[in-house]
Design a protein around this ligand. Sequence first.
Ligand code: HEC
Ligand code: HEC
Length: 286
Amino acid sequence: METNPEGATNPRQENDGRTWSRRGLLTSSATFLVGGGVGAAIGGFAAQPNTPGPDAPPLPWKWGEIDPLEAGRRAYRLYPDPIRGGCGSGSYLSLLSLLKERVGYPWTTLPDLMMSHAAGGYGGHGTLCGSLGGASCIINLVAFGEDHQVFRPMIDRLFYWYAKQEFPTDRFDDISEMPGQVKVKAMSPLCHTSVSKWALAAGAEISSKAKKERCAKVCGEVVYTVVQALNEYFAGRWTPPAWEPSEGITHCVECHGPDDMWHTKPGMNHQQGHMECLMCHSDHTK
Ligand code: HEC
Ligand code: HEC
């Protein structure tokens, strides 16, 4: 494909189904020269005249008046959308779209489809549940502080809350075609345990409508919970939680910790994280 506008003889060129006009190419060529970047001209992303916009304002960004149930339902309904849906997009975009409506700029600068990649535990890899990933992205933007004292414990709290949940909750049963689904504890924030354990108990395949319905409800519940926490935080009623290891792993953490991200407490200091150790390790002290 011809990418150099000077060498282009045809005024219109095809690129990934988009058509470039020669004028657009020349503009992008100017951007290319000014910015010194290679991507603009080659990728064709700068086909529109590139008017410099304002830089993204520093974090944290403004939170809005958001009702947890409205946000949760929006996430639940977004989930099955073939383009804007999936768990990562459903959670992120439900919140983003509400913030665009209630607050406007700078939320209006964010792309709607930024979290599409998080579906299926990121690219189908079954790692972090995408609903947690999409919502955490928004938590980062509204609750960022240089001391990391708010967004970090809020996300940590969200993840261990999730691991303990019996999903799907019945919060969206009134708008669901499949109310009263089998409930199973997610066990970890990982898509893999959350989904696979449920599929086993429900006797459902991953491609089934029942599984998609279950994950839509998970997405809604995560968003509901995140909005509740953020509303409390912005009302000055939220206290950063301290993680408490569950009974079976308290001794693991005492030796292998510390469990604080700052590594300020004593301990062997060679494991990171708050997941349930016994999900993957046996107890070598017994
Ligand atoms: C009394 C302290 C103590 C407790 C309690 C403890 N460990 Fe250990 N653990 C050790 C020591 C010491 C080692 C060896 C470390 C080394 O060789 O670097 C070890 C090694 C390990 C290793 C490294 C791989 C292996 O198997 O040798 C894992 C994983 C581990 N422990 C997990 C756990 C888990 C999970 C628990 C709780 C169920 C736990 N430990 C409880 C002290 C402890
Ligand atoms: C999702 C699975 C998973 C969970 C949950 C998990 N681990 Fe591990 N951990 C691993 C794997 C896999 C390794 C690598 C072990 C190996 O190579 O033998 C590892 C390694 C370790 C090591 C060895 C590190 C070193 O430098 O010697 C320790 C200690 C450890 N884990 C402790 C813990 C503790 C304590 C918890 C709970 C707070 C925990 N793990 C939770 C999967 C897990």
